[in-house]
Design a protein around this ligand. Structure first.
Ligand SMILES: Cc1ncc(COP(=O)(O)O)c(C=O)c1O
Length: 482
């Protein structure tokens, strides 16, 4: 029987679904095959424009697919910033690849909730298994237990909360408020760490005062001597250090903190070491970039985002930990209605974090890894690094531009030279004005960040469809803007 003909079956009937799905897949295929280039990378709409173009209230009656499509093209598309455009090189350029999109589609079609093993055994087992594949692709230790979350922000928050649990302060049971026995807590990361670490401290009740930003060295890596000093000064002042977050591939410059030395300090001081490799972790699939994970085998937890540089559509963040029992201790809470005959004998992924409901994220990751193969992923990462390095060489040779930081992976920071400009604020203003002109052309989108020298332009190669011609177009856009 066709379920769509059941009484009360108000979903699309199977034939209409088939037609509409084909239409949508055709649209996506054209978009990926070059159609995205028809649009400016950065949306040009004014704030409020999309909302103004939408009806105030929802439709009472069903609307036909054509009407929805028309408004998608007329109202929604102009407000899209095209992250899947080959000219998107701001922040961390990413790719929702074909295989990943197919995995997403299938996951929506199944619409399982993998909260418990039995609510979808395949979701749990594929997730654990694919995370095992990734672990060996990155050369992480066998004993690391891995699972997926939506974002690195959430992954790091869970890690900070597991570290808090590891400290044995009974916070799970007794909370933090009104406890004279509880010292102020401290978590350390470099001042180049992503803002999600400070947010994790907010969420975990450690507070921004408990987030200790450690200074960086001239290459934007954490200064480990300053870290050691901060830990001992905090102890002397009655604070309780909990964890250090090392970054492998910082957001601004992709610098790599000295993890072996940080691990040594953590072991000496009894601190949890969490490594945030959200972007650069993907590079470790290539043996020649594996150096960036040196020391990570000593971490208590580690995160990297396949949705950043492993061609998996957002969202997909991989957490690894050698202490899964601490995550369970922090988060597992099983009400009667969620017990099953298998409770305690299988992995129920709801036990490892705050969320109950779970998407079938592993499906897209599995599809990506199988479709590209490990070697295919390596080749594409190498191509991105090569294009970024060629771009950096062009900047270095350019009479009116200068490199602002080393280029270990596929991110280049640069800015114009300012002969005769002595006011740093004026240099920042001129840099931002140049960036606005580059982006206004619509062929590329670059972002900015702030480094020791001041404001700089930030270029990241991470899109599968970015070619040498796109890099050439980017250089042309910069020349024109100059
Ligand atoms: C080093 C680092 N960590 C964490 C994040 C946050 O990632 P997400 O958006 O997955 O929370 C970013 C984002 O760019 C990042 O660069």
């Amino acid at each position: 029987m066709d379920d769509s003909t059941l009484p009360g079956g108000m979903d699309l009937d199977a034939d209409t679904f088939r037609i509409e799905a084909h239409r949508m897949v055709d649209w996506i295929a054209d978009y990926l095959a070059g159609g995205a280039r028809r649009y400016p990378v950065l949306s040009k709409v004014r704030p409020g424009a999309i909302s103004d173009a939408l009806p105030l209230g929802p439709p009472e009656a069903p609307e036909p697919p054509d009407a929805i499509w028309r408004d998608f093209e007329r109202v929604v598309l102009p407000g899209v910033t095209h992250w899947n455009h080959p000219g998107f090189m701001g922040y961390f350029g990413i790719t929702g690849s074909g295989p990943g999109i197919l995995g997403e589609l299938l996951s929506a079609g199944l619409n399982v909730n993998g909260m418990l093993w039995r609510t979808c055994p395949a979701a749990t087992e594929l997730e654990l298994h694919v995370l095992g594949w990734l672990r060996s692709m990155l050369g992480l230790p066998q004993e690391f237990f891995g699972f997926l979350t939506d974002t690195a922000s959430i992954s790091s928050m869970l890690a900070v909360m597991a570290a808090r649990e590891a400290a044995g302060l009974e916070i799970r049971e007794r909370g933090m408020a009104g406890r004279p026995d509880l010292p102020p807590l401290a978590v350390y990361a470099s001042d180049q760490a992503h803002s999600s670490i400070a947010k994790a401290c907010i969420a975990a009740g450690i507070g921004l005062e408990g987030f200790r930003a450690v200074p960086h060295d001239p290459e934007y890596r954490m200064d480990v001597e300053a870290l050691a000093r901060a830990v001992s000064e905090d102890r002397a002042a009655g604070r309780r250090p909990l964890a250090v977050i090392a970054t492998v591939g910082t957001t601004s410059t992709t610098s790599v903190d000295p993890v072996p030395a940080i691990a040594e300090l953590c072991e000496r001081e009894g601190l949890w070491l969490h490594v945030d490799a959200a972007y650069a972790g993907s590079a470790a699939v290539c043996p020649e970039f594996r150096w960036c994970l040196e020391g990570c085998e000593r971490a208590s937890s580690f995160v990297f985002n396949p949705h950043k540089w492993l061609f998996t559509p957002i969202d997909c963040s991989a957490v690894y930990t050698r202490r899964p029992e601490l995550f369970r201790q922090a988060f597992s809470l099983v009400p009667d209605y969620l017990t099953t005959p298998q409770t305690g004998k299988v992995v129920d992924l709801m036990d490892y974090g705050v969320q109950l409901g779970r998407r079938f994220r592993a499906l897209k990751l599995w599809w990506v890894i199988r479709s590209f193969g490990a070697e295919g992923l390596r080749e594409r990462i190498r191509a991105h690094v090569r294009m970024a390095r060629e771009f950096a060489a062009w900047v270095e040779a350019h009479p009116r531009l200068e490199l602002a930081a080393p280029v270990p992976f596929s991110v280049v920071n640069f800015r114009p030279r300012f002969p005769g400009v002595t006011d740093p604020a004026e240099a920042d203003r001129l840099t931002m004005a140049l960036l606005e002109r580059i982006n206004a052309g619509g062929r590329v989108f670059l972002s900015h960040t702030r480094l020791d020298v001041g404001t700089v332009i930030h270029l990241a190669v991470g899109n599968l469809r970015t070619t040498e011609e796109d890099m050439e177009a980017c250089r042309a856009a910069i020349e024109e803007a100059l």
